[in-house]
Structures are given as structure tokens and as C-alpha cells.
Design a protein around this ligand. Structure first.
Ligand code: XBP
Ligand code: MG
Length: 233
């Protein structure tokens, strides 16, 4: 079939951000830093996508208040690598299930011949760990675009444009599934009709550009999603 569903990962395939937050805090503790990102602070820091960029945003926002006013990129990279290790260990241990309805949507879309892809800001190792733990591997997804594979992370369109290029499909032949405003802005900027399934950290976001907002995917009619795609060519 010449149509595809492009899935975001964090907050969409699974509610992962609490595990990300715990992994950040473990990395800070392991580095002897007295930082602790609670849920209120993390909600604010999620304004910035990308873990390394989020740490940089935290330093620049809170530098001087018990936080170094500046931090070398190399140190941030090392800190983020420790976070990724902590995250993948927790996810591999089965901490994070797929969101309700996601497994059914993937199976139903596959049975109808839809091609499946991923467009995410998170680190590739995190995608691999989540898909192994929840689906036994990434075979369902023909294309996986993640993390630093693009120069500009969401809300820039880059990662969705890369997914379209690898799928060799026009935006109108696809539909994106997202959970956040940053993700919605990214997929819409790439011209892709977008369905939003708000999550625990994003339910208050503005989703006015969405083609459809679904609060409970498990109770939804998947045809409403499929109808947003048009045949390529
Ligand atoms: C969500 C993000 C990521 C994760 C943390 O990505 O912005 O940065 O919060 O993962 P998406 P990393 O919603 O696009 O899946 O620390 O690996 O960036
Ligand atoms: Mg997301």
C-alpha cells in the first residue's frame, strides 16, 4: 500500500516520560550533582525536546542557583549517556507498557497494508529498548528516524521530513500520531495530517492544528485515523 502511519514514541507509543525523568535523576546522582527534577520542573523542561538540549536548557535557566552557570558540551554528552543507560535498563526491565490501543492500532494497520514508521526525538537506543521490551523488536516499523539523525529536533519538521524521504511518500499519503504540541508542530510543518493522543505531561497543550484529537485510542474507531491519508500519486 502507498500509505503510512508515522508514530511518535515518547508519550505516544508509551507513557515514557516518568521513566525518562527518573533516569535523568539517576544520572545526576551518579555524577554527584545535587539536582533533582520533580514532575513540576520536568513539565517545564519538556518544553525543550532532546535530552542533551533539555540539560543545557536547565543549566541556562537555573545556572548560579546551585547549578553551574555554564557546562561544557562534553560533560552534557557524558551525563546524557549515563541517563540513556539508566533509561534503557528500566525499559528493558519491563517498566513501560505500550499505551492502551497502540498495539491494536499497529496490528490493525498492518493487516490493512499500511506501512509503519517512527519519527522521534529520543535516542535510538531508547527506541530499540522500548520496542524490544514491548513488541519483541522493531520489525513492524519499516523506517525509524530518531534523535540526532536530524540537526533540528521537534518542533522543527526535520525528523518527519526524513521519515517521508525514507518512505518515499508525499505527506498527504501519511498520518502522524503525536502526543505533544512540539510533536504536532513538527509533523504539521512537514505537511502531515496529525492525530494527537494527549498524554500525562501534555493533556493541557494547545492542539488546534491537529486533524483529530483522540483521548482514548483504545475506544476509538481506527478508520477515523486511516481516512486522513490519501493515496500517493
Ligand atoms: C520526546 C523527547 C525526548 C525524551 C527524552 O521525544 O523530547 O527528548 O523526552 O529522550 P518524542 P532523550 O516525543 O519525539 O518521542 O533523552 O533520549 O532525548
Ligand atoms: Mg512525544
Amino acid at each position: 500500500m502507498d500509505r503510512a502511519i508515522v508514530f511518535d514514541v515518547d508519550g505516544t507509543l508509551a507513557e515514557t516520560e516518568e521513566t525518562h525523568r527518573k533516569a535523568f535523576n539517576r544520572a545526576f546522582e551518579g555524577a554527584g550533582l545535587e539536582w533533582h527534577w520533580d514532575q513540576a520542573l520536568y513539565t517545564q523542561l519538556l518544553e525543550v525536546t532532546g535530552g542533551k538540549e533539555r540539560i543545557r536548557y536547565f543549566v541556562e535557566s537555573f545556572g548560579g542557583q546551585g547549578v553551574p552557570a555554564a557546562m561544557p558540551d562534553e560533560f552534557i554528552r557524558t551525563l546524557h549517556a549515563a541517563k540513556t543507560l539508566a533509561y534503557t535498563e528500566m525499559v528493558s526491565g519491563g517498566d513501560v507498557p505500550l499505551r492502551p490501543g497502540i498495539r491494536e492500532l499497529i496490528a490493525d494497520a498492518q493487516s490493512l497494508g499500511f506501512r509503519l514508521a517512527i519519527a522521534t526525538t529520543t535516542t535510538p537506543a531508547n527506541v530499540d529498548a522500548l520496542l524490544r521490551a514491548t513488541m519483541g523488536g522493531d520489525e513492524a516499523f519499516e523506517v525509524i528516524c530518531a534523535g540526532d539523525s536530524v540537526a533540528n529536533k521537534k518542533p522543527a519538521p526535520d525528523v518527519y521530513e526524513l521519515a517521508l524521504a525514507e518512505l518515499e511518500l508525499p505527506p498527504a499519503a501519511c498520518v502522524a500520531i503525536e502526543d505533544s504540541r512540539n510533536g504536532l508542530l513538527s509533523s504539521v510543518a512537514a505537511g502531515i495530517p496529525t492525530v494527537v493522543t494527549p498524554g500525562i505531561y501534555t493533556s493541557g497543550h494547545n492542539f488546534e492544528e491537529a486533524a483529530l484529537v483522540i483521548d482514548d485510542l483504545a475506544a476509538s474507531d481506527f478508520q477515523e485515523i486511516y481516512r486522513l491519508t490519501a493515496p500517493a500519486g
